[in-house]
Design a protein around this ligand. Structure first.
Ligand code: NAD
Ligand code: UFG
Length: 338
């Protein structure tokens, strides 16, 4: 299939491009590079074709465009006979979304509207959307797709709830359209080559990139946000999933897409606390991570992990890589990434 991957130069998008290309699909990337670099496209080619990048030129095409720009997006739809769209492009920093709500609502919602409008106009009826476990709010773990969603605590989370709603309503009005809403838990890790991974700008907000920067000596110590949650050791529990497992989840979601709206949790089903993750990283890589316990971070919940059984039942997909592999691959990327 020929797949438009918006945000394909970003963290999850680049790994998914690798998985799609390895599964034999052709990829068109649309990214404005607001949180990524064009070199990532060359690295994707390098991984897939092992050094013979020239052969990849007809397999992956890159457009540096903003996917809220309807005219630019329409050019892509008219230049290529697309079979489907995977929509990763979005702004994702929770704290920044509180400071710049309009930028988040505009970028994340207009992009979803423009892309679904073009899909309907050009008869592209497969759409896979990057949603998030954040839509569950502070629910009871494990989170199941059938649960009633509880309020989110920030504009970023609201853009995911609203995008899910926009796509669900588009389906009701257009029964030939098919959408998969993939609710990701906490993606970490990197491609085993160490060529692509997560390289956040400035000081990382997320736990794993913070840990790898402490390991590298770029940051002095980890601040653990609270040890008085009702969890195994008082620190926050999350469902960390290797980004390559997540990437594979997109390929199977696309391959299995049928008419209607389909919601899947993509997680491991295992909860890991902050201190358990620190210990796993230390043991896997033989590096000590100094840390201090500080106050809770506003907006955090105690526990978030998936009931991942629907994806296993319906898509025959399970996350295969364990926490050790996640720690090894995250650290390899940090060391190689300049
Ligand atoms: P990322 O920032 O690495 O990738 C997003 C990409 O989209 C970047 O390359 C950026 O340049 C691009 N982009 C943003 N706005 C754009 C626009 N208007 N037009 C064109 N390109 C644009 O983020 P990621 O971690 O790869 O996340 C991908 C998607 O998954 C996002 O929608 C995010 O909200 C969602 N998600 C991420 C996580 C996570 O923890 N990483 C968890 C749940 C959901
Ligand atoms: N944490 C620390 N110190 C840090 C960073 C994080 O103790 O420096 C803790 C947090 O308090 C939390 C856990 O580590 O308990 C994970 O925090 P992250 O910031 O890595 O991830 P979140 O679960 O807060 O959020 C992430 C993404 C969201 C997404 C959500 C669910 O950032 O965009 O996962 O998929 F919505």
């Amino acid at each position: 299939m020929q797949i438009l991957v918006t945000g394909g130069a970003g963290y999850i998008g680049s790994h998914t491009c690798v998985a799609l290309l390895e599964a034999g699909h052709t990829v068109i990337v649309a990214d404005n590079l607001c949180n990524s670099k064009a070199e990532t496209i060359d690295k994707i080619k390098q991984i897939v074709n092992q050094g013979n990048e020239a052969n990849m030129d007809n397999k992956i095409t890159f457009y540096k465009i903003d996917v809220t720009d309807e005219v630019a997006v329409e050019k892509v739809f008219s230049n290529h006979k697309l079979d489907g769209v995977i929509h990763f492009a979005g702004l994702k920093a929770v704290g920044e979304s509180v400071e710049k709500p309009l930028a988040y609502y505009y970028n994340n919602l207009v992009s979803t509207i423009v892309l679904s409008k073009m899909c309907l106009k050009y008869g592209v009826n497969k759409f896979v959307f990057s949603s998030s476990a954040t839509v569950y709010g502070d629910n009871t773990v494990p989170f199941v797709e059938t649960m009633q969603l509880l309020p989110t605590t920030n504009p970023y989370g609201e853009t995911k709830v609203m995008s899910e709603r926009i796509l669900t309503d588009a389906i009701k009005a257009n029964p030939d359209f098919s959408v998969s809403l993939l609710r990701y838990f906490n993606p970490v890790g990197a491609h085993e080559s160490g060529l692509i991974g997560e390289a956040p700008n400035g000081i990382p907000n997320n736990l794993m990139p913070y840990v790898t920067q402490v390991a590298k000596g770029k940051l002095e110590k980890l601040r653990v946000f609270g040890n008085d949650y009702p969890t195994v050791d008082g620190t926050g529990v999350r469902d960390y999933i290797h980004v390559m497992d997540l990437a594979d989840g997109h390929v199977v979601a696309l391959d299995n897409l049928s008419n209607g709206v389909h919601i899947y949790n993509l997680g491991t089903g295992q909860g890991t606390s902050v201190l358990q993750l620190v210990k796993a990283f230390e043991e896997a890589n033989g590096i000590e991570i100094p840390y201090e316990i500080v106050d809770r971070r506003p907006g955090d919940i105690a526990s978030c992990y998936a009931d991942a059984s629907k994806a296993e039942r319906k898509l025959k997909w399970i996350a295969k890589r364990d926490i050790v592999e996640m720690c090894l691959d995250s650290w390899r990327f940090e060391q190689q990434n300049k």
